[in-house]
Design a protein. Sequence first.
Length: 264
Amino acid sequence: MIRRRRLPIPRAWVTPLAIIGVVIALAWVIIAATAPLWVPYAPNAQGLPRLQAPGIDTLMGTDAVGRDVFSRLMTGASVTIPLALMLVVVSLVIGTTLGAVAGYFGGWIDEALMRLTDLVMAFPTVILAMVIAASLGPSLFNAVLAAIVVSWPAYARVSRSLVLSLRQQNYVIAGRLLGFSPVKSLMTDILPNIAGPVVVLATLDVGTAILLLSGLSFLGLGAQPPSAEWGSMISSASELRRLVDRGLPGPRHPHRGSRVQLHR
């Protein structure tokens, strides 16, 4: 009797937490890719009543200028998530390249690159990103650039340590004896073997990248109004909350027309 051969499934992919994580990640990727096609209102449309409470027509209510919060939140995913992914990829490429070069060649090249890495890592990440973004001027592009500058050293450190442990392996030495150039040795013998830990670090860094970009926008150093970006939206909402605490009437209920009191 011929039995079908089953493909081996990694144990991590059959655990509940792994499945939940993959589903959540895929859901946000799909939302980011398709949100402009199905949100009920344009993110910057201002035709709705101002400060309307959540209801059937506006699932999360409206903001101070009559824009649908739900539509802006979903559309903001198509801005924040792709930029965070791009930030992580660029930081990974820069950091891995510099770290691999430092670990492979050693000597003064290693010293120079690692002292540059130490210089960047000596400053608090958020503070340094704020200084760079403020120096370049408030814009989303400058915020991404500032985040890249402060994010690559972690990849450089990890890749350097991995290369140092691999460059004396027999297969790497054999490649050099066969006449492999440093570039070919790095690309064929070393980088494929350090890709796993570096990719794991990158996946863990996506959430940090989203928080960093949103934080810069919240401080006014990233996306500028009326852009539907998560940090900018939180900044506008927090300013509205301060006005409400000072006596501004709360939002109207969409069906009863009464004011909804906001409490601290």
